[in-house]
Design a protein around this ligand. Sequence first.
Ligand code: ZN
Length: 131
Amino acid sequence: MEANCHCGSVCFEVSRDPVDIFDCNCSICRRLGTLWAYFRPDEVQLVRGSGHTDVYRWGPQHIEFHSCRTCGCTTHWQSTSNPDTARKMGINARLMDALDRSSVRLWQIDMGESGIFWPPASPEPDRSGQK
Ligand SMILES: [Zn+2]
């Protein structure tokens, strides 16, 4: 399974298909609009794009959020400074073209920052208010 940013500069290969995908409503994740798939770092190989990401560090655990320097897509987060969070990393599942949505479970993580979640998707989008 591959995860590619929009321009293709950054590409990950993960050693297993994700089963669980996480929609987190903390102050950073809800702004990024990411859906996270968690992996151990040894399950993830950076195929392209080493050094091609901008890094935003945030949070008490100094988590690094990476985005492609060219197209701006949020690609992943990682932490090297905290032993707990360094055991896993998050890859943005929205970058996985081959992901079979019927085979994954979507979880919403309520971090309590605001309680904001986008509502569950409707079977058919209501476009009646759009031109
Ligand atoms: Zn890119």
